[in-house]
Design a protein around this ligand. Sequence first.
Ligand code: GLN
Length: 256
Amino acid sequence: MTTVKHERSLIDSLLDPTGPELGDDFLALCGERNRLFVEQLRAEEEAARQVETRQIYRAEHPLVGVLAIQGDYAAHAEALAEAGAEPVEVRKPEQLADLDGLILPGGESTTVLRFLDKMNFFEALKSFGAAKPVFGTCAGAILLAREVLNPAQRSLGLLDAVVERNAYGRQIDSAILMAETALAGGPLEMVFIRAPRLVQIGPGVEVLARRDDAPVLVRQGSVMAATFHPELSVDRRVHRLFVESVIAAGCVADSK
Ligand code: GLN
């Protein structure tokens, strides 16, 4: 601030026809101006470089939210970080605007649904899922489905599937299975906990893994769903697949 003030009075005196001859003061002023100009250029260049670095980082490490209402969201956040994303716990609808993708974790879908309604989250999630990649696991898959049975409950309708809650008999409702899937790299461990079953899927839904005959890992465009809990296994292939689809969809930073 003082430099500017000093500069002003110097300019005034230099412009004054009755003022002193142009001499050392004038040269000093030119030097100071050049210095300020170069400094400003450097600062602008540095700011542009930082924005670009952030954009490059974000394009490779997208910001992926995990709905952190109930269930094992912390394990999902860890899995996302290991799969190369920047995880963020989401508790308010306003947070969605910044995200490149979102995971709806397992838990109790009825409880989550109640919370979504209370927080005015339901519609916000619906529009988010129509525009950005979403991945629902177990209760999250139930929330994504077009229709829910046993008992019927409201859902987001982002995945063209009918899902039956708690669909496996008492003894086998929780199980750890190893099975071949469409993912490269051999059999995948799948942890089922009071799992739902996809009893019907639309023609646009791609099946990536099955348990007996029922699909357990599916994808429809940028919507992914698993009836098991990939976050509870060490294997990160499923999260990596989701993060890759988020990267492919482009990140928020691209459009800013
Ligand atoms: N049984 C739960 C439900 O119906 C889902 C179980 C889970 O997410 N592990 O919502």
